[in-house]
Every structure is written in structure tokens, then in C-alpha cells.
Design a protein around this ligand. Structure first.
Ligand SMILES: Cc1cc2nc3c(=O)[nH]c(=O)nc-3n(C[C@H](O)[C@H](O)[C@H](O)COP(=O)(O)OP(=O)(O)OC[C@H]3O[C@@H](n4cnc5c(N)ncnc54)[C@H](O)[C@@H]3O)c2cc1C
Length: 311
């Protein structure tokens, strides 16, 4: 059952490495799951232009070393690049002399929007019934131990419920008296136009994450529209699903624009569009299974489907 709160995006970073071992350990399964989906659908969903972790020497060395250590521990090959080597490999960057990089060739992006619709169509092909515009109003347990799901269209009875309502999860779980300790923030990404489109396509330009002192900035190659995507990770204000707005924050747009001017001047052109989404920070579990992407991951959504459902 799907509701109408749109929280989807066009493209999402996909990578083998995180600063945290728990995520890094899961990443090979994401690649396998997406490959399986590509085989079954005959559609390309994953692209591997590579991924760069960037930092200024002496500023966020600890974070960079966490990435390097996680890759070492999981035998993931990567290159360490100096500022000059970065510029030689990707002339689109104008890094200051004290910028350093870690490059991992298998990182890239997933076509998140196409991935979602492909999952749904294959699920339908496998006998699933997907009900659109059908918000769940409440769930409860029946006297004989089954689960009852009340929606705007009908009431369903089943053995097991999987709840994937993202930032709205506590609205659904509230009906069984459960409130997950999540924090919802209002995030935004911005697409910047560039006349140098060809230099920023996924064939020529990698995904990048810049670990600044206070936040991570990230960018993706041009995909699905003519602007390059940039955002600041988990930097938005805490909101609820009722108080969130669709008004872009000019300060964050300017911070992105300033960084682009400094290190990627050819994409700091006209603003293409700021786009607002909700992010959740946190976790929990059964006989209701909760699949919550938290802030890290569109790309983990695919292996969710392959996960065993024992509780
Ligand atoms: C700005 C931003 C950038 C991101 N970039 C990346 C990235 O580059 N790579 C990456 O891997 N991840 C990225 N993420 C994280 C990723 O988007 C999330 O982890 C992922 O979308 C979470 O998926 P989800 O299914 O848990 O929640 P959501 O995608 O929020 O989906 C929840 C769904 O539940 C539906 N719903 C809500 N209430 C009900 C109800 N009562 N009944 C029925 N349906 C309901 C909603 O309509 C919605 O469709 C980013 C997140 C943000 C905010």
C-alpha cells in the first residue's frame, strides 16, 4: 500500500565504502541485489563513474582515515590522490593545494526513480498487488494473533506487516503504541546548471563527497536532467511531517554555490532547482518489520527485498 507523500529522488549515490564498518559490510550485497534487478528487468540502473572522498589536509583527517581503514579491512581497492593528481585525473576540479582525495572506482549512482518503478513492476509480475494512493490509517492485532491493516480503501488481514513509511513511520506505528526514536530533518538538494554539460556527465565525472569541518557536501554527475546535483548531508532543520515546508533555504544554496565556485567553478552557473526531501536519522524491529532507510540509503532498499523475513 502506498501513500502520496513524495520523497523520491532521481539519482542516489552508490558505493562500496562508508566510514562505518556496519554499512561497509552490507555494501557488496547492495551491488549484487541491484545486479539481480538489472538482470531480471533488462534495464540499466547502476552506473559506476567512481567516487571521490575529498578533504583538506589537517581538517577532517580522522574521517578520511575511517573511510580508508574500512576499505582496507574489506579489501576494497582505492587510490590516494594529492591535489595535483586529482586535478590531473579530473580537470573539472580546481582543488586547493592542501586538498587530498580517496578514489574508489566502483562507486557511482543508482537511478533511484527508475529503480523504484522497476521494483514495483517486477513485484506485480511476481503476483504482488500494489495499491497506489492507499495510505495506511492504522495497524492492529486481531484476537487470533493476525495483523490487521486499515487503509483508506479497505481493511486487510495478514500474518506479517512490513512497514516502510520513512519519516511518516510513527504515524503508522503509533496505532500499535510504538514510537521509534527517529529524528526527521528537512533536507534539500540543488541542481546547478552548467554550459559545460559534457564535462559533468557520468562518463567523465565521478560522484564526490567533500568532508568539510562541519558537514559533508556531496555531488553527483548530471543524470536525468541538465544540472549537476549537490547537497549538504544531514544539515537541515529538525521538522515533523506536519511542519516540514517546501521552501528552499537560501543559506544552504549559497553554501553549495560557494563550494562549487571554489572547487568546481564550471558548475556554479544558474540555479536549476532546489528540491526538498525528508530524512530520518535512526532505527528498530518485529512481528511488524520496519524497513527504514535512515539517512544513508536509497541503495540499501534493493537488498531489503532479499532479506529473510524471520522475526
Ligand atoms: C536529500 C537527500 C539525499 C539523499 N541522497 C542519498 C544518496 O545519494 N544515496 C542513498 O543511497 N541515499 C540517499 N538518501 C537517503 C535515501 O533517500 C533514504 O534512505 C531512502 O529514501 C529511505 O527510504 P525509505 O523507503 O525508508 O523512506 P522513503 O523513501 O521516505 O519512503 C517512505 C514512503 O512511505 C510512504 N508512506 C508514508 N506514510 C504512509 C502510509 N500511512 N501509508 C502508506 N504509505 C506511506 C511515503 O509516501 C513514501 O513513499 C538521501 C536522502 C535525502 C533526504
Amino acid at each position: 500500500m502506498r501513500a502520496v507523500y513524495n520523497n523520491s529522488c532521481l539519482s542516489a549515490r552508490n558505493r562500496l565504502t562508508y566510514h562505518d564498518d556496519r554499512y561497509t559490510r552490507l555494501t557488496p550485497a547492495t551491488y549484487e541485489a541491484w545486479a539481480q534487478l538489472e538482470r531480471e528487468s533488462g534495464q540499466q540502473l547502476v552506473y559506476k563513474p567512481g567516487i571521490l572522498q575529498l578533504a583538506l589536509k589537517g581538517e577532517t583527517d580522522v574521517i578520511m582515515e575511517e573511510y580508508a581503514t574500512a576499505m582496507d579491512r574489506h579489501h576494497i581497492p582505492y587510490d590516494r590522490l594529492s591535489s595535483e593528481q586529482l586535478r590531473a585525473r579530473y580537470p573539472q576540479f580546481t582543488p586547493p593545494p592542501n586538498m587530498v582525495a580517496l578514489y574508489q572506482k566502483d562507486g557511482g549512482l543508482v537511478d533511484a526513480a527508475l529503480g523504484n518503478s522497476t521494483h514495483v513492476q517486477l513485484a506485480r509480475g511476481n503476483g504482488a498487488v500494489v495499491l497506489d494512493l492507499c495510505p495506511v490509517l492504522k495497524i492492529s492485532r486481531t484476537a487470533d494473533g493476525k495483523m490487521e491493516v486499515v487503509t483508506t480503501k479497505a481493511t486487510f488481514t495478514c500474518q506479517r506487516v512490513i512497514v516502510t513509511a520513512g519519516a511518516w513511520i510513527n504515524r503508522v506505528l503509533g496505532s500499535i503504541g510504538v514510537q521509534l526514536p527517529i529524528t526527521v530533518t528537512q533536507e534539500q538538494v540543488t541542481y546547478f546548471a552548467t554550459p559545460h554539460i559534457r564535462d559533468f556527465t557520468k562518463d567523465k565525472f565521478p560522484v564526490w563527497i567533500y568532508h568539510a569541518k562541519t558537514n559533508d557536501f556531496y555531488g553527483l554527475p548530471i543524470y536525468s536532467n541538465s544540472g549537476a546535483k549537490i547537497g549538504i548531508d544531514a544539515s537541515g532543520p529538525v521538522v515533523t511531517t506536519d511542519t516540514r515546508t517546501f521552501t528552499p533555504d537560501p543559506e544552504r544554496v549559497n553554501a553549495c554555490r560557494q563550494l562549487l565556485r571554489d572547487i568546481l567553478p564550471n558548475v556554479s552557473g544558474a540555479l536549476a532547482c532546489p528540491y526538498l526531501r525528508l530524512s530520518t536519522l535512526s532505527h528498530l524491529t518485529p512481528p511488524v518489520i520496519v524497513a527504514l532507510g535512515v539517512t544513508v540509503s536509497d541503495v540499501f532498499d534493493c537488498p531489503y527485498g532479499l532479506a529473510p523475513t524471520h522475526t
